[in-house]
Write a protein that binds this ligand. Sequence first.
Ligand code: Q46
Ligand code: ZN
Ligand code: ZN
Length: 307
Amino acid sequence: MKCKKCGQKAVIDLRQHNIAYCQEHYLEWVLNQTERVIEKYDMFTKDERLLVAVSGGKDSLAMWDVLWQLGYNVDGLYLDLGINDQDPYSENSRQFCQQFAAARQLQLKIIDIRAKYGETVPEMASRTKRGHTKPCSQCGLVKRYLLNKEALDGGYDAILTAHNLDDEAAFLFANVTHWSLDYLGRQYPLLPATTGFARKAKPFCRFYERETATYAILRGIQYVYTECPYAVGSKQMRNKRYLNLMEDEQPGFKTQFYLGYLRALKKGAFPHHQEKAEDLELKRCTNCGQPTRSNGVCTFCRLVEDA
Ligand code: Q46
Ligand code: ZN
Ligand code: ZN
């Protein structure tokens, strides 16, 4: 396997593109591809202030590294969810984020959920029992709410998350199998700001997981290797396995699946999200002022209020 550009020994074979690269040209390719995606979807510019959600994993730290190298003005936000019951997952993740930011002199804001709201996310979940055995629904709510709040309060132009193609394809697969029209209406790589909601972008949505992992390793980025213990056995992981089987037989399957959906979305499929955004503008949480679908207090305020 030889590098397409220089003919030296390749370190990665991009089967879906039928090309291979050496280390130097692979790193260059990742930067170029990211820049292309940012431009293609008109995500953000170098004059804007950006906030990247970092988890300590390979995708978010690799993305922060890429954006930093490309000259974007990007700060990090780490939400310490307090998931340390089976192994010190949140503790380790936080340290990787801190080391990463310190080595590059980047700004990292940390929100310790227990220190701020009196309980960790698993504790909130077991109190409310809404999450059944796993705290994922409460965790998702807390992450969505706080990311948005921090972006708005901090005056950022956009929030960036490091969802990769494997994540997006698995989420899309779940939404298609359940015909979740609301979600299908808004899985675009860029969601513009609406009243009370910051702009959201996913600059890594076209990279396979193995590509971001290879980038992180080649750049010597130290990241947390373990998944969140609650991700083990999740539907998302199962859907990723199914899609990997398809990808093995048909290289490029995930890209086709995801890009086909984006084309359909652009042509006006699933127009439901628009209606929802307008509905939301009418109601406000009486406690925090953020838009909400509920009457009175929003679901986040209700979750943390009793803590
Ligand atoms: S939702 Fe669930 Fe994740 Fe939260 S509790 Fe862990 S697995 S981190 S993406
Ligand atoms: Zn090369
Ligand atoms: Zn509220």
